[in-house]
Design a protein around this ligand. Structure first.
Ligand code: SF4
Length: 360
């Protein structure tokens, strides 16, 4: 065990002598917890729930249907991050299969790379799959801003951005399911700032600790949220203050505000959640792939009652089902043959459990 962990565990123990449920909302933290076995070091009454913090996992199947339909246009080049390739769509297979069938689907390492592809291929329409939480929104916004500034008429973005606070409200809408505290993702808060989460903790009547990603940072976040809980304080603790400032990153926030506006957003398996995402402002409609390549026959909004291929991913995303308790886990569902998005993405909770090969 890392020496820094022992004193943190000793401080946590007396604060978790009775059942307590904490939820992290970040796929990176989920993987760190499983990779380092932090959950096995914590006292048994403390249960860690793995929330909807994996961007690929919450991207709706209908979005993938739309992306695949765009990829099948002979004049398009679709640019995406690699972990979207094998995520099942609603009715069209996955991007990997579309690529195997001849679609020009390219993995990019940044949204700006997609701009380069557009510049190098003036006769093709280049479409960037712009997904993720507040963390990736600034870079996607910058790419769209530069496309407009450079008058790149062959570039557009298919946007499906999500916001963290609305999904926390959604989770807390059912008091019986409300965790006793949240660990908020440090990289999201580095953009948005800590201040917003202070108001959110009060609104949700639940303590929140902004938390980093190293094992000792995660344990420190757990300690801080337990300390708040034990003091009866539904407040925010910034346990990642070296990175997260109260006001966040003003330049990144300004870039998001200039390009995007809040919008209702469909979450995979969870349905439509009001004002839970970002969409392009009307001034950027020309760079909106949803306008350039309309898809009027998209499937209706997904409902939690109709999980894909028997995959109870919605229950996993809400922290109500631990991946090893899914009947398909490790038998008919694995990273090589995934039934649902949480087994595909490196940030998915099911993949985290599978890759670390533990049963609980
Ligand atoms: S183990 Fe597979 S089938 Fe079960 S919830 Fe996870 S992704 Fe879905």
């Amino acid at each position: 065990m890392r020496t820094a962990l022992a004193p943190l565990l000793a401080a946590i123990r007396p604060l978790a002598e009775e059942p307590v449920r904490l939820m992290e909302v970040c796929g990176g933290q989920t993987h760190a917890i499983l990779h380092y076995g932090l959950d096995t070091l914590l006292p048994a009454p403390l249960e860690l729930l793995h929330g909807p913090g994996c961007p690929v996992c919450v991207t709706p199947a209908s979005y993938l249907d739309h992306a695949i339909a765009i990829a099948r246009h002979s004049e398009t080049v679709l640019c995406t991050f690699g972990d979207l390739l094998r995520v099942p769509s609603g009715a069209s297979g996955d991007l990997y299969a579309a690529k195997a069938a001849g679609a020009d689907v390219r993995i990019v390492l940044s949204p700006l790379h997609a701009l380069d592809v557009a510049k190098e291929n003036p006769a093709r329409q280049v479409v960037l799959l712009a997904i993720g939480f507040e963390t990736t929104a600034p870079a996607n916004a910058l790419a769209i801003h530069l496309a407009k500034e450079r008058r790149l008429s062959n570039f557009s973005a298919l946007v499906s951005h999500f916001l963290v606070p609305p999904i926390l409200r959604h989770i807390c809408a059912e008091p019986a399911e409300t965790p006793d505290g949240f660990l908020a993702a440090g990289h999201v808060c580095a953009v948005t700032g800590a201040k917003d989460y202070a108001a959110l903790a009060a609104e949700l009547h639940t303590p929140i600790a902004i938390t980093g990603f190293a094992p000792e940072e995660i344990l420190y976040g757990i300690l801080r949220v337990l300390q708040l809980r034990s003091a009866g304080q539904n407040e925010m603790a910034n346990a990642y203050a070296a990175v997260v400032r109260p006001e966040g990153n003003p330049a990144a926030k300004d870039m998001i505000r200039r390009i995007f506006e809040p919008a209702d957003r469909e979450w995979r398996g969870l349905g439509l959640i009001p004002d839970s995402g970002l969409t392009l402002r009307p001034a950027y409609a020309e760079w909106d792939a949803a306008h350039r390549f309309p898809m009027p026959s998209l499937p209706a909004v997904e409902r939690p009652a109709t999980p894909e291929a028997g995959c109870p991913a919605a229950e996993v995303l809400l922290g109500r089902l631990s991946p090893p308790d899914c009947p398909h886990f490790g038998t008919t569902c694995s990273p090589d043959a995934p039934r649902g998005a949480p087994m595909v993405s490196p940030e998915g909770a099911c993949a985290a459990f599978f890759l670390n090969r533990r049963d609980s």
